[in-house]
Design a protein around this ligand. Structure first.
Ligand code: KIV
Ligand code: ZN
Length: 513
């Protein structure tokens, strides 16, 4: 029987450390549900002591997400471990993941301590975590630059102290497959009590080797791989979940290992993470990139038409990328809509369903074919967001060659209707300037991205913006078949978030905006 490799997903912790990827609690819950549908073994929901938001996210994931182990990260400090325990304790299967750096450079420069002191801290941390929970993971940060004899000493001691998983991170993405294979083999051969713990690996992608290194570790006997959806994460990211899982599945002949992942949920999870973090998936990204299953050359197309196996090593449907996912159209009723939403994993309350359905009808009037991606964009756009302070009521632009782009925008604010016109460098700039005039806010647009969420000339466009005002940075999203409207919605959505942030900050200082 093949070995089962545990998939430890850290999209919500290390993944969320990607520059600009911060998710709010509601967004984290949505991702956690997607991870549960994928059937990952462990969800690392965050770093509870790092912020109240992270604490709340981990504790809500622990309460709400079933049939999965929920882990939180903690430095090798009692206060971190206590906070982590408080956040994960309501899970059916809670885990404390504690770590300390073991490489000489980290020990000397970061901690200014000796190896003995670090060893003592690691053991104390594991003992303290173990006094709270049976499931304790310990990580030697920067393991790949750590002296091998010292790693053996630390791992032996933490396993004796009660660690049930020992994680070997390539924190700086420095190792290579043969070197990592040899390190894991060394650990298996030299840590006397290694049989009492699962060996885990956690690879960063600075040299583009994260997935290859993780797979080399599996060949050497690692039983858990830490990874993220779309490979997002600190700097160049982490090993990508979809690459690890699909390699183990496609090359079972080489690895003789399996995961419990429901691969048909991969594509949907990838899209959700990309939409919510605002980090696009590069078109040539393995497994989930837009071109991953696109055959351009005539010779390839001819081969695929004769027999897909000539050029396809996986089927798009294996990752849930269904070519024939046209599901609904303008004549579809509320019942069909609700059923499809539920099939897609969205269990909406009556009010949310009404809103989403109303929006669906409008889109269906403009667009012949409604794909799952369109439905996802509708739900993202209409459901689960903060109550809007301002709502876009009307937008009109005039632009073209030799014309100064101008825009008129009307926003609703309770019963008030506010309207302004402005010009700009282009139609979208003009729209944003008009919104700024209505809101009397000084907003910097840090980032703007647009993508088609489905196929065809009439595809829904989804716009993501990143805005900054008074030190707050937020994302805004909007979707429409009209890209100007999608851009305006994204901007107004971001402004609402800024206003909510400022409101919270001023309330904390006892003032009102
Ligand atoms: O990269 C790393 O070393 C980590 C640890 C905290 C596991 O993310
Ligand atoms: Zn990491």
């Amino acid at each position: 029987m093949s070995r089962i490799i545990r998939i430890f997903d850290t999209t919500l912790r290390d993944g969320e450390q990607s520059p600009g990827a911060s998710l709010n609690v509601e967004e984290k819950i949505q991702v956690a549900h997607a991870l549960a549908r994928l059937k990952v073994d462990i969800i690392e929901g965050g770093f509870p002591i790092s912020s109240p938001g992270d604490f709340e996210a981990v504790s809500r994931i622990a309460r709400e997400i079933k049939d999965v182990t929920v882990a939180g990260l903690a430095r090798a400090l009692r206060k971190d471990i206590d906070a982590c325990y408080d956040a994960v304790k309501h899970s059916e299967s809670p885990r404390i993941h504690t770590f300390i750096a073991t490489s000489d450079i980290h020990i000397a420069r970061k901690f200014k301590k000796s190896r003995e002191e670090i060893l003592g801290m690691a053991v104390e941390a594991v003992k303290h975590a173990k006094s709270k929970l049976p499931d304790v993971e310990f990580s030697c940060e920067d393991a790949c630059r750590t002296d091998r004899n010292y790693i053996v000493q630390v791992l032996t001691a933490v396993i004796d102290a009660g660690a049930t998983t020992v994680n070997i991170p390539d924190t700086v993405g420095y190792t290579t497959p043969p070197e990592f294979l040899s390190l894991i083999t060394h650990i298996r051969q030299n840590v006397p009590n290694i049989g009492r713990a699962v060996i885990s690996v956690h690879c960063h992608n600075d040299l583009g080797l994260a997935a290859a290194n993780s797979l080399a570790a599996v060949l050497a006997g690692a039983g858990q791989v830490e990874c993220t959806v779309n490979g997002i994460g600190e700097r160049a990211g982490n090993a990508s979940l979809e690459e690890i899982v699909m390699t183990l599945r496609t090359r079972r002949d080489l690895f003789d290992c399996e995961t419990r992942i429901n691969t048909r949920e991969i594509f949907r999870a990838s899209r959700l993470v990309s939409t919510l973090t605002g980090i696009p998936v590069q078109p040539n990204k393995a497994i989930v990139g837009a071109n991953a299953f696109a055959h351009e050359s005539g010779i390839h197309q001819d081969g695929v038409l004769k027999d897909k196996l000539t050029y396809e090593i996986m089927r798009p449907e294996d990752i849930g990328w269904s070519e024939s996912s046209i599901v609904l159209g303008r004549r579809s009723g509320r019942h069909a809509f609700k059923t499809r939403m539920e099939e897609m994993g969205y269990h909406l309350g009556d009010e949310q369903l009404d809103k989403a359905f109303e929006r669906f009808k409008k889109v269906a009037d403009q667009k012949k074919e409604i794909y799952d991606e369109d439905l996802e964009a509708i739900v993202e756009d209409e459901v689960g967001k903060l109550p809007p302070i301002y709502a876009l009521d009307y937008v009109h632009v005039s632009s073209g060659t030799h014309t100064i782009p101008t825009a008129t925008v009307r926003l609703k604010h309770g019963d008030d209707v506010l309207q302004e016109s402005a010009w700009g460098d282009g139609p979208i700039d003009a729209v944003y300037n008009a919104v700024d005039l209505v809101l009397k806010m000084d907003i910097a647009l840090l980032d703007y991205a647009i993508r088609a969420v489905s196929k065809g000339k009439d595809a829904m466009g989804e716009v993501t913006v990143k805005l900054k005002c008074k030190g707050h940075v937020v994302k805004g999203k909007g979707a429409s078949t009209d890209i100007i409207e999608a851009s305006a919605k994204a901007y107004v959505n971001g402004c609402n978030r800024l206003l909510h942030r400022q409101d919270t900050a001023s309330a904390a200082n006892g003032e009102r905006v």
